[in-house]
Design a protein around this ligand. Sequence first.
Ligand SMILES: NC(=O)c1ccc[n+]([C@@H]2O[C@H](COP(=O)([O-])OP(=O)(O)OC[C@H]3O[C@@H](n4cnc5c(N)ncnc54)[C@H](OP(=O)(O)O)[C@@H]3O)[C@@H](O)[C@H]2O)c1
Length: 253
Amino acid sequence: MLAIVTGASGGIGSALVVALRQRPEITAVIASYHRSDPPEDVKPVTRSEQETLATLFICQLDARDEASVKQFADFTALHVSATCPVKLLINCIGMLHSEAVQPEKSIRYVDAHKLQQAMAVNSLPTLLLAKHLGPLLKSNTPCLFSTVSARVGSIGDNRLGGWYSYRMSKAALNQALKCLAIEWKRSARNVIVVALHPGTTATALSEPFQHNVPVGKLFSTEQTADMLLQVLDSLQVADSGKFLAYDGSEIAW
Ligand SMILES: NC(=O)c1ccc[n+]([C@@H]2O[C@H](COP(=O)([O-])OP(=O)(O)OC[C@H]3O[C@@H](n4cnc5c(N)ncnc54)[C@H](OP(=O)(O)O)[C@@H]3O)[C@@H](O)[C@H]2O)c1
């Protein structure tokens, strides 16, 4: 079976690729990278070269660009077949800050262009991936379509405010996943659609904010990958449309 990880050059994505390649039911992993080269252990190696690991294919993807997503879907289609259906897709693409962008502590810092950038990286890719890879997911086999969102995207759970662009773009992502779950309940009944919250994980994305995290609540990327895969393993078709944390608990939309 095939696993697809987008954002595999990032902290959580690369750990998921490493974990998925060790699973006996996964024969191949397709991993996307963006600007950064994939880390050393996310380099293509075939099963014959390293018997115990699933074959890895990597593909460049700028998920803000529909033509690039279409190319990624075409690349993926080459590896999907009746004997190798898609078992899961996990989208790990996201952005909280960059050299030019910092999460806004107050409405005074909101900037139209930066808000649009957050929407382009955090909300849009899931829709484009669903549009172009959706046809590859339909089969008789249960299949997972998941995106790593963030608890701060929950409107019901928002107690602190701030971080306008990140919160809004993750809330939009969550709404997109909810719509998709409803649509695919009718037209792609084997697909389970979920949003995931990984918990605070030691990656470049969380690095500037890790000092506020209580002891024991900052996970390594390996811990997060294992916990998210355990959550995904536990899901049934009836769970489609849920927003789930790393420990399997449900989060208010
Ligand atoms: N780490 C945490 O504590 C935490 C907490 C809650 C939620 N999350 C969410 O978890 C997901 C993964 O985060 P992470 O911590 O692993 O962050 P990360 O290490 O910064 O990884 C982000 C990934 O997104 C990719 N990316 C960015 N823009 C892209 C684009 N236009 N097209 C394709 N790929 C693009 C990056 O590729 P390049 O680097 O090559 O651009 C990188 O692979 C994100 O959605 C994040 O919001 C993380």
